[in-house]
Design a binder for this molecule. Structure first.
Ligand SMILES: [Zn+2]
Length: 319
């Protein structure tokens, strides 16, 4: 489906997880995110052929951010799109280039807090990613990519979900391809049900990104896991994203201030599901709740300490 001049959105799903990839067609083709190992061949290639183009026309692959469902097809895409350079933000390059690194540091990065996904989740994530594949170009935001004639997309740094998340913004056509930069109140399944809480690593970065997208004020918002949004829907999604942050901040504060002892991340994740959900997969609250508890430390309201081998938080002055 062509959603803006030269911008083709490809909707598919991983089980009940809605997915959208993008092909930006102009003088050459740009692919946005590679999906899973079979996505380049099964999703992108037929779409490229239906545009009357060839896989050799793909000159650029833009990785919006390092997550299994966005980088998993990198190796396959390098084989298929032989003329393409791979581009991502400097901050996400390590995770985007090596599944073993992202697995250890992003998905299994909570052992020190006493939390690990079930093995079935690790197995699923591993199955979503192919072999390592290097990036070719590392960017910082502010760069401009030409599509065709004098039609340019601007790379905008929108961190939070990952440190190096980027979006592609077209100021003339007023659309933004934002990947997973923001999540509203929840991630959703293909039926629109709440699947998992918004996963962000930094409260201040995520807030900055909501504000950045508000100031860009795109008419058309193109994500990787939500339907196409326009006009009021864009503003509602931005408001919902900010609302979740406010509620999660209040929850972290209540947990720390109301605690008589240590606050564990596992407790915060369970409370997040009660107060901010419910979610079909509540475990992903580990990302946001860790960010909010650490923010309490930054604000001088909580202290991090270690109890029983786990990092925990206490109200300032109660340690
Ligand atoms: Zn995603």
């Amino acid at each position: 489906m062509e959603v803006a001049p030269g911008v083709h959105r490809l909707d598919y799903a991983i089980g009940a997880k809605p997915m959208a990839g993008y092909i930006i067609a102009g003088d050459h083709l740009t692919v946005v995110d590679t999906g899973l190992p079979n996505t380049p061949e099964e999703i992108y290639l037929p779409a490229i052929r239906s545009l009357g183009r060839s896989e050799d026309d793909v000159r650029l692959v833009v990785i919006t951010h390092a997550d299994a469902d966005h980088i998993g097809g990198n190796h396959a895409a390098r084989d298929l799109f032989r003329n393409a350079m791979f581009l991502c933000h400097h901050n996400d390059a390590r995770w985007a280039s090596d599944p073993a690194v992202i697995m250890a540091e992003r998905y299994d990065g909570f052992a020190g807090y006493g939390i690990r996904y079930d093995q079935s989740v690790f197995d699923m994530l591993a199955s979503w990613m192919g072999p390592p594949a290097p990036m070719d170009i590392l960017i910082h935001g502010g760069e401009r990519l030409r599509r065709s004639e004098d039609d340019w997309l601007t790379v905008v740094h929108v961190p939070g979900h990952t440190p190096g998340h980027i979006c592609l913004y077209n100021p003339e056509e007023r659309y933004a391809i934002i990947g997973d930069a923001i999540f509203g109140r929840s991630q959703v399944d293909t039926a629109g049900g709440w699947s998992a809480p918004p996963p962000y690593l930094s409260v201040s970065d995520y807030r900055y990104t909501i504000q950045t997208l508000e100031s860009l004020s795109p008419d058309l918002l193109l994500t990787c896991h939500y339907p196409v949004m326009r006009g009021d829907q864009v503003r509602e999604f931005l408001d919902a994203s900010r609302k979740f942050v406010t509620l999660a901040d209040e929850l972290a504060r209540d947990l720390v201030v109301g605690a008589t002892g240590f606050v564990e991340l596992e407790t915060a994740v369970a409370r997040a599901n009660e107060r901010l959900g419910p979610f079909a997969f509540p475990d992903d609250a580990q990302f946001a709740m860790l960010a909010h508890l650490n923010r309490m430390v930054d604000q001088g309201l909580a202290e991090r300490t270690v109890n029983d081998g786990k990092v925990v938080w206490t109200k300032v002055g109660t340690k």
